[in-house]
Design a protein around this ligand. Structure first.
Ligand code: FE2
Length: 262
């Protein structure tokens, strides 16, 4: 019996816009070009993933035309895409236009693929910056799915970074403010939890606590730096855009970082 249960692609922070004049001085190539190269790179992996996980900031700013553009672009991927809204998304517009479903006020999802339990949590609550929090109702919902008794391997995904990293920019400006409560909700399931996948930080990174691993993927557009003591948002002119290939096994997980040029 194969130990491999599930292979998926984790991509994030595509910031798609049809406006090629929008962008950032640190990454003059428009986000749309990054998304197009991302899709071309994912299509080149030599296997068919079971699904694609997009951990948010699908578009640059909420715009129905840009969501239709994203929908048509991602339709070219070789597997179904599961989206989590980011702070640059409008969760209602994302559901209505991109996913073409009746919008729910909070877009939390729980599903199973190949015997693996997957929970995607919509972490967009704060209105006054890129940080966030999750509500007590969401934590209750999360706790209900994080049982120790469930025998299935388990994957969790959300947009925001959850635990402190040592850089004030990430910890105070960008992070889930009640990330410790989020982490505590996961603890009963930690023995079967393979990883918590997130975006938002525009860099490849890994954080562990209590045997739980949090992993971020590169943006397909621009990357940021993160150093101890860093308080400001600093673009990384060297890091390349990319995505993660994730293999969920009966006894653990394998993650490979892929990069491409923009
Ligand atoms: Fe982003």
């Amino acid at each position: 019996m194969s130990d491999v249960l599930l292979r998926f692609i984790h991509l994030t922070d595509t910031h798609i816009t049809a406006d090629s004049s929008l962008g950032h001085p640190a990454q003059p190539r428009p986000p749309l070009e990054g998304a197009q190269r991302l899709i071309a790179a994912v299509k080149k992996v030599p296997f068919t993933p079971d699904f694609i996980l997009h951990t948010g900031d699908v578009v640059y700013d909420p715009d129905e035309g840009d969501y239709r553009l994203a929908r048509d672009l991602f339709a070219g991927l070789p597997a179904p895409v599961y989206y989590i809204p980011g702070n640059h998304d409008d969760p209602l517009m994302l559901q209505r236009v991109l996913i073409e479903r009746e919008p729910a006020p909070t877009y939390d999802q729980e599903f199973e693929i190949n015997g693996v339990q997957i929970v995607c949590l919509d972490s967009n609550r704060a209105e006054d910056g890129p940080h966030t929090y999750v509500t007590e109702a969401q934590l209750e919902w999360l706790r209900a799915h994080c049982t120790a008794e469930d025998p299935r391997p388990f994957i969790v995904a959300t947009h925001h970074n959850v635990l402190p990293s040592g850089a004030p920019w990430l910890d105070d400006f960008m992070r889930m403010r009640n990330g410790e409560d989020f982490h505590a909700a996961l603890l009963p399931a930690r023995d079967r939890l393979r990883g918590v996948f997130h975006g938002h930080v525009h860099m490849v990174g890994q954080r562990t606590r209590d045997g739980i691993t949090y992993l971020s993927a590169a943006s397909s557009w621009m990357q940021f730096q993160c150093h101890p003591g860093q308080v400001e948002t600093i673009p990384d002119p060297v890091a390349r855009p990319g995505f993660n290939e994730v293999v969920v096994m009966r006894d653990g997980m394998y993650v490979r970082h892929h990069y491409f040029g923009v």
